[in-house]
Design a binder for this molecule. Structure first.
Ligand code: ZN
Length: 234
């Protein structure tokens, strides 16, 4: 995978994060749970739902950003992702990670780059991070075997879920700010779910505003569009 790991892997911040991730995983292993995909008892994600989460990488073109997705956001995948993001089910991350890995592989292959890419995760707002106790995208990235470079900070804003298309665009505008100059650096941008693409487009703009570039975009899942992508900007 043509991605470089820039941050110092031994930094105290990284160690704290890894310990926290391990604890979150351990909670999922020790406490009897129901399947995050179908609700069957005693398993993090049951065998049938794991099979339903097998990656099917597809291009997920949106007006301002073209991404690759590992899953369609529907059925078992949608339920497992909602459980993972909104119900504290961090134990579902290992079952979701292969789809993100597949999306990353497809995104990197389509970018034509063979080296020099860093991985940037779309960040949560500070409020969302406090409420959840973890960052879903960064946690998924680590379960997929990579470590994101922190390049963006999320400004506080309303949750995109529940907003219509034009409201999402307005809400996402200016949603992110670069944490430092990124001159000459190239990124694969990663998010969990792409719907209209407005969040990803805002993240791409923030990286470009700091002198960086986004060569490819990978998401865990895409929301299948009911209307042609050409009409999304109407
Ligand atoms: Zn299940």
């Amino acid at each position: 995978m043509p991605i470089v790991h820039r941050p110092d892997p031994c930094s105290s911040r990284t160690v704290v994060q890894l310990v926290r991730d391990a604890l979150l995983d351990a909670v999922g292993l020790l406490v009897p749970v129901s399947c995050a995909g179908c609700g069957a008892p005693d398993r993090a994600v049951c065998a049938a739902c794991r099979a339903a989460l097998a990656p099917v990488p597809v291009r997920a073109p949106r007006p301002e950003v073209e991404s690759w997705a590992g899953l369609a956001y529907a059925g078992v995948a949608a339920r497992a992702i909602r459980s993972f993001k909104d119900e504290g089910r961090t134990d579902a991350a290992p079952a979701l990670a292969p789809a993100l890995r597949a999306a990353l592989a497809s995104a990197c292959a389509s970018s034509g780059r063979t080296a020099g890419l860093e991985l940037a995760a779309v960040p949560s707002t500070a409020t969302a991070r406090r409420q959840r106790g973890y960052e879903p995208v960064a946690l998924l990235v680590r379960h997929a075997g990579f470590r994101p470079t922190r390049v963006l900070r999320a400004r506080e804003r309303a949750d995109q879920a529940g907003l219509d298309r034009s409201a999402r665009r307005v809400n996402a505008d200016g949603a992110f700010a670069p944490v430092r100059r990124l001159d000459g650096r190239r990124f694969v941008l990663v998010d969990d779910v792409v719907t209209t693409g407005s969040t990803l487009a805002a993240a791409v703009r923030a990286i470009r505003s700091a002198g960086g570039s986004v060569d490819a975009v990978a998401v865990l899942a895409h929301t299948p569009l009911r209307i042609p992508v050409d009409h999304l900007n109407d």
